[in-house]
Design a protein around this ligand. Structure first.
Ligand code: E4P
Length: 211
């Protein structure tokens, strides 16, 4: 499924899943801190709402702590929970230890090299931060294209799930640059299928129908 909700809010998740074309949920520590309840309860409740993957980002202060945390959260809903593991040399060992029985997403990816190592380590998803990359290193869409080429070149099963998307235009440009999935905030998801010219056309048809 190509469109994910980026939120830890169960009420937002319910609204997004009611649309019928949102396939999963990504969270991150900032979103979790804003949500009500403890992280484990939030992930369980999101799993009850989502038809597809629910991504949880590990935050433990050591590799061992992140591995233990990751296994605990995956056990909450083994069919849905995917662990988001921030890209670093140390964390690549965590991806190796957990994969394949615990699906891992390499997140906060800002280079093709990180994506390549993530594939070799067994990551199921690679998550570049597009808008942040444009703001911080100049070309987020170029990063998406580079990662798409890396995933092709290393013949990996890994899929790109692009994050940090701020507008419908940036979403489409990211898709066309090679992302397989995008994770978007609810307010952006709710804007995707509307267009003022479509509304104007409907108003015109309605007027014609009344004349
Ligand atoms: C996805 O879950 C990412 O953590 C999130 O999109 C980070 O990027 P942003 O804070 O710029 O949206």
């Amino acid at each position: 499924m190509g469109i994910f909700l980026d939120s830890a809010s169960v009420s937002e998740a319910r609204r997004a899943m009611a649309l019928g074309w949102v396939g999963g949920i990504t969270t991150n520590p900032t979103l979790m801190a804003r949500a009500e309840g403890d992280p484990a309860t939030i992930i369980r409740r999101l799993g009850e709402v989502s038809p597809g993957p629910v991504f949880y980002q590990v935050t433990g202060s050591s590799l061992a702590a992140r591995e233990d945390e990751g296994r605990r959260f995956h056990a909450l809903d083994p069919d849905k929970v995917v662990l988001k593991i921030p890209a670093s040399t140390e964390n690549m060992a965590l991806v190796v230890r957990l994969s394949p029985e615990v699906p891992c997403a390499l997140t906060a990816v800002y280079s093709g090299a990180q994506a390549w190592v993530g594939c070799e380590a067994g990551a199921r998803y690679v998550i570049p931060y597009v808008s942040r990359a444009t703001r911080l290193q100049g070309d987020g869409l170029g990063l998406v294209t580079e990662i798409a080429q890396v995933l092709d070149a290393c013949e990996s099963e890994a899929e790109m799930l692009a994050a940090s998307i701020k507008t419908p235009e940036e979403a489409i440009a990211t898709l066309l640059a090679g992302a397989r999935h995008l994770t978007l905030p609810l307010e952006l998801i709710l804007r995707l299928a509307d267009h003022p010219l479509s509304e104007a056309a409907v108003a015109e048809f309605n007027r014609a129908g009344r004349d």
